[in-house]
Write a protein that binds this ligand. Structure first.
Ligand code: ADP
Length: 313
């Protein structure tokens, strides 16, 4: 549905994105994740036809965004970082106006507006001025204008920024409810947003893609690596020296006390056996040794900032 090839954008001498390549299939819900300044908005603006790339190409539903911008815009609903809502318009009138702009046939406009209002739960405020709405409701109006033409592709740029926790939860539920009806790109710097709503993730850092995978694969991407959660009866003062000579031990992290540790290892049963026998023979009394999932947050931090949480070995 979306193809991006060698996409590059320079602002003067500053390269914002560098040779991005990715594709998104019909119906996918993809998180476009990266820290501030990574190049997310730049990429979204190019895909939606609001800005020209310096090099490379992007296409939506087979139409090149610059050769056929109207065909592309017809198929995309876009919620930019700052929603394009007009404060001095009434909610319903504004949505009618956007539907007409998006070339929804005249006799279908009222029905399309009803659909957008229903999906975004704006019924009670449809006759109010946009400027009198709370930030959460304004954001819903932003999403309503993106879906009013029932586009194949929905692009949401930082949809929950500046909202309070209740509004964040509501917008995330709204996005989830749109799954299956559109191909969705959710651009965000907030990892839990992606975990809550997306199946796939593209991670971008400093203008380059550093990972592209399903959330599940990414969380276990470091193949053969796992984290063991260890609980012992007696405090271990220095787990690092106790296990340091076992080759497959990569790093050791202190838990809530010296009786609880997390140990990152490379390998399978043999390293588990080596660690458990070491703890038992040294008389620490092993209470628990269980593998835990590699935390996606660790992977994200490592890919974007090049560091892992916790102290290393
Ligand atoms: P993100 O959306 O991930 O925060 P952006 O795409 O907004 O990242 O920005 C990527 C880089 O391009 C940043 O270094 C930013 O400062 C720079 N940038 C963005 N817009 C402009 C602009 N209009 N002029 C110059 N530099 C810009």
């Amino acid at each position: 549905m979306i193809q991006v090839r060698d996409l590059t954008k320079d602002y003067g001498s500053r390269r914002a994105i560098n040779k991005l390549n990715f594709s998104i299939s019909k119906g996918d819900v993809v998180g476009f994740l990266g820290p501030n300044g990574a190049g997310k908005s730049t990429t979204m603006k190019i895909i939606t036809g609001f800005m020209a790339p310096s090099q490379g190409s992007a296409s939506v539903a087979g139409f090149d965004v610059f050769e056929s911008p109207l065909e592309v815009k017809k198929r995309i609903g876009y919620l930019p970082e700052t929603p394009p809502v007009y404060g001095d318009m009434y909610v319903r009138d504004y949505l009618r106006y956007v539907a007409a702009l998006k070339q929804v046939p005249k006799d279908k406009i009222e029905k399309s507006v009803d659909m957008a209002i229903e999906k975004t739960n704006l019924g009670e405020v449809q006759k109010r001025l946009i400027q009198h709405l709370s930030k959460g409701f304004k954001q819903r109006v932003g999403i309503a204008q993106a879906i009013v033409s029932d586009p194949e592709v929905l692009i949401l740029d930082e949809p929950t920024v500046g909202l309070d926790p209740k509004q964040v939860a509501e917008i995330r539920d709204l996005i989830k409810s749109l799954k299956g009806q559109h191909t969705i790109i959710l651009s965000t710097h907030i990892l839990p947003e992606v975990e809550a709503t997306c199946e796939k993730v593209i991670i971008i850092n400093k203008g380059e893609i550093v990972a592209e995978d399903s959330i599940h694969n990414l969380a276990t991407m470091e193949k053969g690596q796992s984290r063991l959660h260890i609980r012992v009866r007696k405090e271990v003062e220095d787990m690092k020296s106790l296990l340091g000579d076992i080759q497959q031990v990569l790093s050791v992290h202190l838990g809530t006390s010296h009786k609880e540790w997390n140990v990152d290892v490379q390998g399978g049963d043999e390293v588990v056996d080596a660690i458990s026998s070491r703890l038992v023979t040294k008389g620490y009394g092993l209470l628990e040794l269980s593998p835990s999932k590699v935390d996606l947050e660790d992977v994200f931090l490592k890919l974007t900032y090049g560091k892992q949480q916790g102290g290393g070995l």
